[in-house]
Design a binder for this molecule. Sequence first.
Ligand code: ZN
Ligand code: ZN
Length: 307
Amino acid sequence: MTGCTVPGCPRAAEEDTHRRLCPRCTHQLRALLRELVGQMPLLQASLQLDRSPTTGSVHGGRAHSPMPVRGDVLTLLGPGSNSTLDDPYGDARGDQDGPLPIDTHLRGWAEMTALHVRLAPGPGIRPGRTWAAWLAAYAPWILTAPWAGLFHQELTELVGRVRAITRTEPRRRPLAAPCPSCGAFGLVEEDWQPYVECVACELLLTPAEYVAYARRVLPSLYRTALQIWTHERIAAMNERVPVRVLLLIGDEAEIVADVPPAERAEPERYPAAEIAEALGVALGELPGKRLTAEAGADDRLTGWQRA
Ligand SMILES: [Zn+2]
Ligand SMILES: [Zn+2]
């Protein structure tokens, strides 16, 4: 059993394949590439999008005229001076200001991939028109390369930089069914991720597997959830409210909520005899008495008791 080559990953590489990553890192790598493909248009848009109020305004107090585009985005998008491979003197990175542009970065990995699968030395862009899409198409080969773990690590870092600019993080949504493996309510789906994952035990399910499983387990679960909900709802409806008899008017008692006078709503009238009987007191004793009662669905009070 060989270990996953992603730095810091303690898992074993996928069995019975030549892959150098564990199943989890494999899916992550695919998801990262997919996300990068999806992020590129956003990144392009971010180039001119970010106009913070102070930038270039007369009140901003800047000494120089504002850049029409964001420098950090430009650096990421800009054409690179060279790739990682065809750089015999190792000075290509040196004349690049800041981090390598995405294109240069990915192109370097594409060339590594081409070497690995013995394609023509300089791959042109065909699948998907971007290097991210190209690499996604060649993911099965990348996964068997000795540098697959390193690629995963760099890709994570690269996608992190892109997310910081486009301000988009993949969203996680919890799913209703519990994990079929560990029973925890830990199943989540996440943007770009092809698999449903259990955050408790790391089980991976394809969406189809999840749906098939959820179909089997959810109806009874939903029934249970519904019962709990109904139960709570009935309990809430039957909650006893503290009230007070204000005074008697004829044979009716004026009832107010037992709260400070300023918070009281208009008094409600109820048959005084009914209340007196429930409490076992004489009518004359009612004014000023503190009671509790149940509020029904129609907001009428019943079930009078001494407070
Ligand atoms: Zn791993
Ligand atoms: Zn689980």
